[in-house]
Design a protein around this ligand. Structure first.
Ligand SMILES: Nc1nc2c(ncn2[C@@H]2O[C@H](COP(=O)(O)OP(=O)(O)O)[C@@H](O)[C@H]2O)c(=O)[nH]1
Ligand SMILES: [Mg+2]
Length: 266
């Protein structure tokens, strides 16, 4: 096993067996139509991209398609673009990705659209900026299958090297994660990480509404705190970003805090 990952530490084994039985007993109306067209041997790598021409080609080329093949899995790469004004879409298409255009701006809107387009039984996410180590994905999908997990989060904050993330972003990530853990008894140690690996059928049970950056904490809150599916988290080695960050630290930080407060009060 590489040093970048270790066996996912299972942080919740509460399987919703009773609820699954209840759902089945409730009949076909509870079974979403989209689930029927998910392909069991297909992994969908979904990435939102806004003006990422400097990084997107390399990010797509680094997806370990051959390693997935060794596991008997095929890969589709879905890029969700929100009107990039550079060559993002063109480069992504040339690199073999399917590019989907979403008219509503925002990271969350892009992901929610990408999840609708994904056809794989397994979904992996990451930024289109070369920061996430995609080489760990086959091992994580294997863990999902072998260890009977539903959702794996990645934690950038434990193995972080100096300079890869600005001090301000690091403090923001630690504060937001701490708030989330206190307010929701949340299991994850990096609530803002953008790399998640999960079973696509979870989407049928999740209630994802965030249009902006808050989607990252929302999906983890749905998995780890509301649905309490079988979750794990692994440390990863986060890398230097290529191209400009789209994060507006103050605006997105405040929006994420408001999202936590609203969710706690609702
Ligand atoms: N489609 C789309 N992608 C976005 C939007 N905002 C950010 N992204 C993408 O979401 C990912 C995360 O944004 P990024 O700037 O890397 O944030 P950071 O990792 O917090 O610095 C990157 O791949 C961005 O290109 C958006 O409004 N629309
Ligand atoms: Mg990024």
């Amino acid at each position: 096993m590489s040093t970048a990952t270790r066996k996912p530490e299972q942080i919740s084994t509460r399987v919703e067996a009773a609820s699954a039985r209840a759902t089945r007993a409730a009949g076909a109306t509870q079974t979403p139509v989209v689930a029927e067209i998910r392909e069991p041997d297909l992994v969908s790598i979904v990435m939102p991209a806004l003006n990422e021409e400097a990084a997107i080609g390399e990010t797509i080329a680094n997806v370990p398609v051959e390693e997935f093949k060794k596991l008997g899995l095929r890969v589709e790469i879905v890029i969700v673009d929100n009107g990039s004004t550079d060559r993002t879409a063109e480069i992504a298409r040339a690199a073999g990705a399917r590019v989907v255009a979403e008219s509503r701006r925002g990271y969350g809107n892009a992901y929610r659209r990408g999840f609708k387009e994904a056809r794989g039984a397994f979904i992996c996410t990451m930024d289109a900026d070369s920061t996430y180590p995609s080489e760990v994905l086959p091992e994580l999908v294997s863990s999902l299958r072998g260890d009977n997990l539903d959702f794996i989060n990645t934690n950038r904050l434990t193995l972080i090297s100096n300079g890869v993330m600005s001090k301000r972003n690091r403090i923001g990530n630690i504060l937001l994660t701490g708030m989330t853990r206190i307010l929701f008894r949340h299991p994850f140690k990096d609530s803002q990480s953008g790399m998640w690996v999960f079973r696509a059928d979870l989407l049928d049970r999740m209630n994802l509404k965030a249009g902006g950056m808050a989607l990252s904490q929302e999906i983890k809150l749905e998995a780890g705190s509301r649905l309490k599916v079988r979750c794990a988290e692994v440390p990863i080695k986060y890398r230097y970003r290529i191209g400009e960050s789209k994060l507006n630290v103050w605006r997105d930080g405040v929006n994420n805090l408001l999202h936590l407060a609203r969710r706690r009060l609702s």
